[in-house]
Design a protein around this ligand. Structure first.
Ligand code: ZN
Ligand code: ZN
Length: 294
């Protein structure tokens, strides 16, 4: 089965290619997300940051009790198995378990001393699937904190990395347009991916498109564009400075790299809005467009 990397709020896991993020809330410290296939819920993650070492044993007990009650209400049979050995979660305390009611569900709880997060995850399986294999491959790929100085985000065809301390403040995720915006003390970086570029551009250059798309944010700035290439694609670089300096605020700046990825027929834009200025090259390198060889 073709797979994709899914990465969100410092988590990552590999899921089948046609599964999509369907709901999300919260932030890196505490939140919830749901991944669906074309017609049902497949994966759910719920997390929070523990202030002390959590009692996973009890958590699982409580969870199974609650589920058993629900099944009883719906007059469904319920069985469960605990402390399963199928997958290891290196470096974490964990328990892997599964239950069966109206369907089969593989679940885990983990606690990681490094990032402090307690996660409860579940995979809902279909009758005809090799649920064991699926659980092994999805849970086996689960990571709850990134290595290095960047956090990777991979969702809706947007595959990018932001510096670890930056916080997601805006997101818009649709098949046609996916955007994520991060903040650190008022400085912003925004990742944009636009699909079916040949229709969206309608003969416009990427510079014209960018000027229109970010019209409001560009308005107070004097912006200059310069043609370049990025990963072998037609690209342009934008730099901007506020026309008038507002007292106490200092000049606002824009740095951006926009490119047209022909094989994917997508436009990608990486934008920085802030006061300090930013070298975008490391982020541009980590912002993937088409699948590269190797
Ligand atoms: Zn961790
Ligand atoms: Zn590309």
């Amino acid at each position: 089965m073709p797979e994709q990397l899914f990465a969100w709020q410092k988590f990552s896991l590999r899921i089948p290619e046609d599964w999509v993020l369907a709901r999300y809330e919260g932030d890196a410290a505490r939140g919830y997300l749901r991944i669906d296939d074309e017609d049902m819920v497949r994966v759910e993650l719920k997390w929070e940051t523990a202030t002390k070492v959590p009692d996973l044993e009890k958590m699982v007990e409580r969870y199974l009790k609650g589920t058993a009650k629900e099944m009883k209400k719906s007059r469904l049979p319920f069985t469960s198995e605990r402390h399963l050995k199928l997958v290891k979660f290196p470096g974490k305390r964990f328990e892997l378990f599964r239950w069966r009611g109206e369907c089969e569900c593989w679940c885990f709880v983990t606690w990681c001393a490094e990032c402090g997060r307690v996660v409860i995850g579940r995979l809902i399986c279909r009758e005809y699937e090799n649920s064991k294999e699926l659980a092994r491959s999805i849970f086996g790929s689960f990571r709850d904190h990134p290595d290095g100085e960047y956090q990777r985000w991979a969702v809706f065809g947007l595959d990018c990395s932001a510096p670890k301390q930056w916080v997601l403040v805006q997101s818009s995720l649709r098949p046609g347009l996916a955007e994520l915006e991060f903040d650190l003390a008022g400085e912003r970086i925004r990742f944009t991916r636009v699909s079916i570029a040949h229709i969206v551009l309608q003969g416009k250059t990427i510079e014209q498109w960018y000027r229109e798309f970010f019209e409001k944010r560009l308005r107070p700035l004097g912006v200059e564009f310069e043609n370049t290439t990025h990963r072998g694609h037609t690209a342009c670089r934008a730099t901007g400075k506020q026309r008038r300096t507002i007292p106490f605020l200092g000049p606002a700046r824009l740095e951006a790299l926009i490119w047209l990825c022909e094989p994917e027929d997508k436009v990608f834009a990486l934008s920085y809005f802030g006061k300090k200025g930013m070298d975008l090259s490391p982020l541009a390198r980590l912002f993937r467009c088409h699948r590269e060889e190797g």
